[in-house]
Design a protein around this ligand. Structure first.
Ligand SMILES: Cc1ncc(COP(=O)(O)O)c(C=O)c1O
Length: 359
């Protein structure tokens, strides 16, 4: 007899995994918004040292990492949550806040895990289309907030569309959301955003206990293989709730040690972000040379519509045949679009040359 699964399983879409895990080093991996650079100084050593203690469980309170984050951002340790990647905190937030009858509001296209929160909890997802410049339509999102709304997510810069809103617009939006609604500002790519100081949003936490800034070590800090993210919260209650719904040892010893070491490498991070932004401009200019106007990227990837004369799947396949992996737009929410992670200078040139051949 077949196993009988919970009804929610039928609502949950499979996360669109990227290819490339078993491919050789010659393949340009430009599909998952990773950093193309090796681990930051001190990370390998910190991980090696942590490995000598793997016969013990990791510190379930993540004390040293939370203290390091608290010193860096001047947010009290009680208001800092850690996760096995920031996705872990998002999923826990869904479990803690959502249930049948509740609503969650987010833009679309946006990060592909957001629909999962509603599907897993039985809450209703309200997806507000991005505007014609691929940005969040905050006025339309505000209109969707009702007494049933428990959670609103604003992804800034937005994945997959790459655009960001100025912090002043986000601040006005947060001020207008009722206090009982949790606002998650997903800032996974904030380090690459040139519109505002990446840490300026932290000041909003003092005024808004319902605000959560979701951050990750996966992108600018280059630790996605170890899985560690964090949330800076406007109040302690969010952290207590997300900790309550998870298993105790969600962040492993190596990840905690690596994140602490990476936080000490701010100069190296600034230098890498700068390199990435320069390469982002090279990519955008190269695309415009091919007659393609990319969205105004403030992230470590670019997003654009392909010319109508070509099929998205043919281009993605053609690029893969030329050893360049990118993301097709359709599974991310927009047919005919592509999302391309900024790679090394060499990878970006290979991508542009390959795309040029295919158009
Ligand atoms: C917008 C956004 N938020 C969160 C994440 C999750 O990152 P992680 O779970 O690796 O911290 C990602 C990863 O791609 C993302 O694009």
């Amino acid at each position: 007899m077949a196993l009988e699964f919970a009804a929610k399983l039928r609502r949950i879409k499979v996360y669109p995994a990227a290819d490339g895990y078993s491919l050789g080093p010659e393949v340009a991996l430009m599909a998952s918004n990773e950093t193309p650079y090796p681990p930051l100084p001190g990370v390998r050593e910190a991980v090696a040292e942590a490995l000598s203690g793997v016969n013990r469980y990791p510190d379930p309170t993540n004390k040293a990492l939370r203290e390091a984050l608290s010193r860096r951002y001047d947010v009290p340790v009680q208001r800092i949550a850690i996760g096995n990647g920031s996705c872990d905190i998002l999923l826990a937030a869904g479990e803690a806040l959502l249930e049948p009858g509740a609503e969650i509001v987010y833009a679309w296209p946006s990060f592909s895990i957001y629909p999962h929160l509603a599907a897993a909890s039985g809450a209703r997802a309200i997806e507000v289309p991005v505007d014609d410049r691929h940005g969040h339509d905050l006025a339309a999102m505000r209109e969707e907030i009702t007494v049933a709304t428990r959670m609103v997510i604003v992804c800034n810069p937005n994945n997959p569309t790459s655009t960001a809103l100025p912090l002043s617009e986000i601040a006005a939006f947060v001020a207008d959301v009722p206090r009982a609604v949790c606002v998650v500002l997903d800032e996974a790519y904030c380090e690459f955003n040139l519109l505002d100081d990446p840490d300026a949003s932290i000041d909003l936490l003092e005024r808004h206990p319902n605000l959560v800034l979701l951050r990750t070590f996966s992108k600018a800090y280059g630790l996605c293989g170890l899985r560690v993210g964090y949330a800076l919260c406007g109040s302690q209650e969010f952290r207590t709730a997300v900790d309550a719904v998870r298993q105790p040892f969600f962040c492993n010893i190596a990840a905690q040690a690596a994140a602490i070491a990476a936080l000490r490498s701010q100069d190296a991070i600034a230098e890498r972000v700068e390199r990435n932004v320069v390469e982002r401009i090279t990519l955008t200019d190269g695309l415009s040379g091919l007659g393609i106007e990319a969205a105004d990227s403030q992230a470590n990837f670019v997003w654009f519509d392909l010319p109508e004369a070509v099929e998205e799947r043919d281009v993605v396949r053609g690029l893969a045949e030329r050893q360049v992996l990118v993301r097709a737009g359709t599974p991310l929410g927009r047919e005919g679009a592509l999302r391309v992670t900024v790679g090394t200078a060499d990878e970006n040139q290979r991508f542009l040359a390959a795309l040029g051949e295919l158009l």
